[in-house]
Design a binder for this molecule. Sequence first.
Ligand SMILES: C[S@@+](CC[C@H](N)C(=O)[O-])C[C@H]1O[C@@H](n2cnc3c(N)ncnc32)[C@H](O)[C@@H]1O
Length: 320
Amino acid sequence: MTGLPGWLAGALRAKLENVARSELRTSAQRMSERYRAGGGSDVIRSERDALAYAVVRMPATYAAVRAALGQTADVIPDFAPQSLLDVGAGPGTASWAALDAWPSLEQAMLLDTNPHLLALATAFGQSAPITPAATRDNLAAALGSATGADVVMASYVLAELAGGALAGALERLWRLSERLLLIVEPGTPDGFRRILACRDALIARGAWLIAPCSHEGRCPLAGADRWCHFNARLPRSRDHLAAKDADVPYEDEKFAYLVAGKGFGALARGHRILTTPKVDKSAVTLTLCTPETPEQRRIARGDKDAYRAAKRLDWGDAIA
Ligand SMILES: C[S@@+](CC[C@H](N)C(=O)[O-])C[C@H]1O[C@@H](n2cnc3c(N)ncnc32)[C@H](O)[C@@H]1O
């Protein structure tokens, strides 16, 4: 389970001190309805709405980005970036996950149009290991003049760009990425379609894929009846449970993602496990992403060492 780091959970609790929980719940419910109907975060129009986002969505998007970064670090463990650009940063979620994954970061720039989310990001930044700079601007306008960074991140943003804006934004994001571009989207068929479109466009621009893919050829799930996505489990705080009227103390966030890099050379990327491994008395069965088509690999109990190792594997891990 991946929870918010202590400093962020504490900063959020401090912001909630004088907020009526009934109001928080009203905001959270309105936001959920809007997201479920396919809308975006333009529903966040006040400080209270931004806090509701931080209570009910930030823990999930944090867990998703942190999981994607963990899978990335397995492929490039020595990468130690210094600068970060987080577009559509909201309350800074992806930056906070990046600071946890890469303590080497010295500078972060957050970009967003929403003043309430950006104000919250700035407030959280006072408690963060480094204090980011925040700019309120539209991505389309700002990216033309933004300075590059080692890592550029777009977490749960692409769905909110007006139709047709994705290709232009992606081209600029890639240009600004000095080493790595990370895109995270909801783990839905639509989210995966956007990831796939980015994958094709980035490969056409010479990108080297770091994760979750093991190659730059055609995605074996393009046009298939399944889609590439992963799961991050997160704990729900008392406020989170109350705002959602929920009683299960954890949540599963499904996400799709892509990490493209520059200048990493040949990497041992392995084959990604595409769903929860099936374990029974006789074998562990893994569904693996291989270049042509997803492959079922059965590791029989009789093969003791391999079976023991396979039992420790999880959805999203990569194996040789
Ligand atoms: C669903 S939120 C994601 C926030 C954060 N990245 C996260 O993962 O929790 C989408 C964010 O994208 C921002 N956004 C949407 N369109 C944008 C645009 N054209 N320029 C800048 N920010 C934008 C919204 O204001 C919002 O903060």
